[in-house]
Design a binder for this molecule. Structure first.
Ligand SMILES: [Zn+2]
Length: 341
């Protein structure tokens, strides 16, 4: 962190720093985000000295500086121009271990402890406090961090499970602490896309997990193949089954008219989901009250059309808690998400 500050001050320049008052120089605050994620990689044929060593899995935590502010008014003096790109990303620790709930929790404790013990950075007469928020997380890390282990993946904010997701009348108490995890936008788009597909595949039978007869199963499979084939014809390089493909989901919402035609899903619903995703990704301050109403109306539209299929956890999280999460976030939401796409 000291090194990062040193570099930032160099970037701001002596001339800028000289014109600051003494109290301004003592009131710098650097806001950064940190996060961790695991990934698998191809194993190379090179042998390790110790035969049991392996580099098949990597678990990494990193930190990204977001904003440098000063004074009581928190005047912004530097803002990370590309907070979602790996450009300003600094690794904290890289380990060759597989991502598990234990590994994730251990890493969170390890880094949070370091953050707690972090001293101010002092360079000449400038003193900088650090605020590092844990926001770069995907659903897996999030659920590990909130000790939610069930495969049903209850919402980590309100504790609701799939069977409650379509009940819009119930207001559950929300865990504000967990809202600091923010929303992962890269994953939100893909998960929204998947949610729509799941509903589309089951439209011919209008049934969710309930046991399908052999005949109904066939209907669902046929519909699935039909949709996938049509997408491949209309959207070249459409990539199904690869959850890392952000491009297909982007095209899906961008071309919402065509997507509605292919999937048989209400065009207005797809368009509304696109508007919500675009709003969250825009990175500028948004009107939270209006956003909340828009999300609520969209949830109502979903339930009125497809009540047979519970919303997915991501749809629930964004439509029910999106506005509240944005309210809790210290920066525009596009600035605090994990997004290395
Ligand atoms: Zn919830």
């Amino acid at each position: 962190m000291d090194h990062t500050i040193k570099r930032l001050l160099m970037h701001l320049g002596e001339e800028f720093l000289e014109q600051l008052t003494e109290s301004e120089k003592r009131s710098f605050l650097l806001i950064s985000k940190w996060g961790c994620d695991g990934s698998q990689q191809i194993q190379y044929k090179m042998k390790f000295e110790n035969e049991t060593d392996s580099d098949a899995n990597i678990f990494q935590s990193s930190v990204v500086p977001l904003q440098l502010v000063h004074g009581t008014g928190k005047k912004i003096i530097w803002q990370n121009p590309t907070p979602s790109s790996p450009r300003y990303c600094r690794p904290i620790r890289i380990r060759f271990v597989k991502e598990t709930t234990d590994v994730t929790n251990e890493e969170i404790e390890y880094v949070e402890n370091q953050i707690k013990e972090l001293n101010k950075t002092k360079i000449d007469d400038i003193s900088v406090k650090h605020k590092i928020v844990f926001t770069m997380v995907d659903g897996k890390v999030c659920n590990a961090a909130t000790l939610t282990k069930s495969t049903m993946r209850p919402c980590y904010i309100c504790g609701a499970t799939s069977s409650d997701f379509n009940d819009l009348t119930k207001e559950r108490p929300c865990n504000k602490d967990n809202m600091r995890f923010g929303l992962s936008l890269l994953h939100a788009r893909i998960r929204f896309f998947e949610s729509i597909l799941h509903v589309a595949y089951r439209l011919p039978v209008m049934k969710w997990r309930a046991r399908l007869t052999a005949e109904e199963k066939k209907l669902v499979d046929t519909r699935k193949k039909e949709i996938q084939t049509k997408f491949r014809e209309d959207i070249p390089k459409a990539n199904f089954g690869n959850t890392n493909d952000g491009n297909t989901s982007r095209r899906f919402f961008e071309e919402f008219e065509k997507s509605a035609e292919i999937t048989g899903i209400d065009q207005n619903l797809i368009y509304r989901l696109k508007v919500i995703l675009d709003t969250m990704c825009c990175g500028i301050k948004i009107n939270i009250e209006k956003f909340e109403i828009y999300c609520k109306e969209t949830a109502e539209l979903y339930v009125s059309l497809y009540n047979f299929h519970p919303m997915t956890p991501t749809l629930h999280k964004v439509l029910r808690h999106g506005a509240a999460v944005i309210k809790e976030a210290i920066l525009p939401i596009g600035h605090t998400s994990e997004h290395f796409g």
